[in-house]
Design a protein around this ligand. Structure first.
Ligand SMILES: Nc1ncnc2c1ncn2[C@@H]1O[C@H](COP(=O)(O)OP(=O)(O)OP(=O)(O)O)[C@@H](O)[C@H]1O
Length: 274
């Protein structure tokens, strides 16, 4: 049994204007994530990546299809049952500057969800220490406010917060795209290390193929609300079979200008064939 099973998921949003038809943004998406696995979800802006993540988190109600977590259908749970699931499914958002409460210390940010779930203040304090260590932050970070940290450090705090209840799945929505390149690499490596230590699974949303190649076991490619290709990360990101993935791959930036030109020529060829 998969950890997460998304079957034929359809999501619509109300159209604009009084006669507008609902806008269907996911047209029947199916994907699975196993225990301890990372599925990279890649696609251009507006293809529906975030909507899939929000549906898994229960923030968007599906118009059709189902979402199961460890065999339980979770697509239509009420608020109370959803809170129970918060222990197992957590999230890391893109922007570490807005996702942390600026008036709480890092220690309180990490302890709050634990205390809400019934952990004693003393145990929560000890857990905060472990979490800070796990994400590579010093113990005295607990006494400081988010604004005292860089973007990469804040994202480490956000990761620690997600890890606090020891979840089985973390939805990571573009968690490194607000960071500079070298910080991106360090934070991606942290995600990998944490997975090795804890066995947590990731649904890792990104528009950047090189990021998902680095972190994923499997990659799913979304194009305008449909999955066009799913497979092992190495295969999808080096010898993709769908023309859209080929275009994504060729559009990824490379440092070497000769390779850049070769890619530009190849891109024109693929575009002419599509
Ligand atoms: N709450 C909403 N109401 C109406 N339309 C929405 C809503 N949320 C998303 N959409 C629309 O759904 C489509 C998919 O959006 P989504 O954010 O899932 O795409 P994405 O692939 O994550 O894009 P990006 O990489 O830019 O975040 C877009 O056309 C978007 O405008």
């Amino acid at each position: 049994m998969s950890l997460l099973d998304v079957t034929d998921l359809r999501v619509s949003f109300p159209g604009r204007g009084w006669r507008a038809k609902p806008l269907e943004v996911l047209h029947g998406v199916s994907l699975q994530i196993g225990h301890g696995e990372t599925l990279g979800l890649v696609g251009e802006s507006g293809s529906g990546k975030t909507t899939i993540g929000r549906a898994v988190l229960g923030l968007v109600k599906p118009a059709g299809g189902g979402i199961s977590f460890e065999g339980e259908n979770i697509s239509r749970l009420g608020a109370r049952e959803r809170r129970r699931l918060a222990k197992d499914i957590q999230v890391v958002f893109q922007d570490p500057y807005t996702s942390l409460n600026p008036s709480l210390t890092v220690g309180d940010i990490l302890a709050e969800p634990l205390v809400v779930q019934g952990t004693s203040a003393r145990d929560a304090k000890a857990r905060v220490k472990t979490l800070l260590d796990q994400v590579g932050l010093p113990a005295d970070a607990a006494e400081r406010l988010p604004r005292e940290f860089s973007g990469g450090q804040r994202q480490r705090v956000a990761i620690a917060r997600a890890l606090a209840p020891a979840p089985k799945l973390i939805v990571c929505d573009e968690p490194v795209s607000a960071l500079d390149l070298s910080t991106q690499e360090r934070v991606l490596d942290l995600f990998i290390e944490i997975q090795r230590e804890t066995g947590v699974a990731y649904l890792f949303v990104s528009h950047d193929l090189s990021v998902v190649r680095h972190i994923s076991h499997r990659v799913a490619v979304l194009y305008r609300g449909d999955l066009v290709e799913t497979g092992p990360a190495a295969t999808v990101t080096s010898t993709p079979s769908h023309p859209y993935t080929q275009r994504l791959l060729l559009a990824a930036p490379v440092a070497n200008p000769i390779e850049q030109k070769a890619r530009r020529d190849e891109r024109r060829k693929v575009a002419a064939l599509a």
